[in-house]
Ligand binder design. Structure first.
Ligand SMILES: *Cc1c(COP(=O)(O)O)cnc(C)c1O
Length: 434
């Protein structure tokens, strides 16, 4: 299968190039040339397949022509070492827990799959691969964990100083070895811009053998579509779910759109955001107006210029009306999010993290307008990752901290401090060339 850039459908590249380059030189994003819907043989048995088998079938639809089945199965099995339980809070009100991986956020699905696929694609290459990634919170931790101590790879993570939670910061700064954290005195958008500047520097990009792990990488997106299938089949046959996706860069929601292109029946997608509501704004007006991001308590969604928006546009042929037909947009501020955390606790004795809480608010609003439907909120992170917010609302000790997070907290941190200017960053990167 070949892949093309959203900016230039005529220029085609191989899977290896699309995954390792991550970002086309023309500033678009890679998309598969063809999306083949899954066949009858899949739909006959999909409800009875294991999660790993669902993952393998879905991955095959995208990568099956380029990766031998046995290898692809190994990549999927190695990535899906944890479950994604569907929890019912009330009739029609479901939460899909995507935080059972090593770093307690849904990004483990994408990062683990990507690390393994990159490993397969570079097998036998002599040069070390440098993974460069900007994070607003959870991406960095997931990528660091997925590549930690993987031979032949180095990871450089940019995070905005003071804008990620202390535990998120630990996940970036406490591993060491082949993982380096850069603490940028700016916003997530500054981090993202710096990463882009490194890729656009062809010489540097070549000499460091740079690859990206942001949600712009197609290898992150595809595994995120697995759990749309997995959760749908847990509803009674005939019930078409409404997926409510707490969103920042819109990778998770785009993965849902891919699942629908493969044939999954989805009644509606709801794009749920905090005050960074560029996409809900577009869905209601047809005007796309990116702007600097605002800091909120659901910080992994503090994105003012969502990177996957061009993919969403491409999937709908740049047609606002058809996108707005499939996706509703809603946004909620921090006060409402805090109130939702308390409400979900008092109604259901369930601790929902600030990102999930934004989704839960959107789900409730959607069901109120469309009674009789089932909503599935993608619960994107474990509440322990946002302990300060949870304890402020629910009191100390409200959330149990999983041991895999607790043990990181006891390790020393290390990060390289840098400003937002491009030149010092590029010089620092040049210093990493070996
Ligand atoms: C990354 C992240 C999001 C946003 O996901 P996108 O794919 O960027 O839209 C939401 N919640 C949490 C907890 C995250 O880590």
């Amino acid at each position: 299968m070949l892949y093309h850039s959203t900016a230039n459908p005529g220029s085609r590249v191989s899977l290896k190039e699309a995954i390792l380059r991550s970002l086309p030189a023309d500033n678009g994003l890679y998309m598969p040339d063809i999306i083949h819907p899954l066949g009858d043989d899949f739909w006959r048995e999909w409800r009875d397949l294991s999660f790993a088998e669902i993952g393998f079938r879905v991955a095959s639809a995208f990568f099956g022509e380029d990766v031998p089945a046995a290898e692809l199965r190994e990549i999927v099995d190695g990535s899906l070492t944890f479950d994604a339980p569907l929890v019912q809070l009330a009739p029609g009100d479901f939460v899909l827990e995507l935080f059972h991986g090593p770093t307690l956020a849904f990004k483990d699905f994408g990062a683990r799959f990507m690390a393994r696929l990159m490993g397969y694609l570079t097998r036998g290459d002599s040069r070390e691969l440098t993974v460069l990634v900007a994070t607003s919170g959870d991406t960095g931790g997931a990528v660091a964990s997925a590549f930690y101590k993987v031979p032949g790879t180095g990871v450089i993570i940019l995070f905005p100083k003071g804008k990620v939670s202390p535990l998120q910061e630990k996940q970036l700064t406490a591993l060491g070895e082949n993982i380096t954290a850069l603490e940028i005195d700016g916003s997530f958008d500054d981090c993202q811009r710096l990463v882009k500047s490194a890729f656009l520097d062809a010489d540097l990009s070549e000499r460091l053998n740079l690859t990206s792990a942001n949600s712009i990488n197609l290898a992150r997106l595809v595994p995120q579509s697995f759990y749309y299938f997995h959760s749908s089949r847990m509803l009674p046959p005939g019930v078409e779910p409404v997926f409510v996706v707490p969103s920042g860069n819109f990778g998770n929601l785009t993965a849902g759109l891919l699942a629908k292109r493969l044939g999954l029946m989805v009644k509606k997608f709801v794009a749920a955001t905090n005050r960074n509501d560029v996409v809900p704004g577009y869905l209601s007006t047809g005007l796309y107006q990116p702007r600097p991001s605002l800091a909120t308590i659901s910080n992994a969604m503090d994105v003012g210029a969502p990177s996957n928006f061009v993919r969403m546009l491409a999937l709908f042929g740049n047609d606002w009306k058809s996108m707005a037909g499939d996706i509703d947009g809603m946004s909620f501020d921090d006060d409402r999010t805090r109130a939702a955390i308390r409400e979900v606790q008092s109604l259901y004795e369930y601790q929902i993290d600030p990102h999930g809480a934004v989704g839960w608010l959107a789900a409730r609003k959607w069901r109120a307008a469309h009674p009789g439907n089932a909503t599935i909120v993608l619960e994107t992170a474990h509440p322990a990752k946002f302990l300060e917010v949870m304890e402020a609302e629910l009191g100390p000790g409200c959330v149990e901290i999983p041991e895999r997070l607790a043990c990181l907290g006891r390790r020393p941190s290390h990060a390289v401090p840098l400003g937002v200017e491009q030149q010092p960053f590029i010089s620092w990167l040049r210093g990493q060339i070996r």
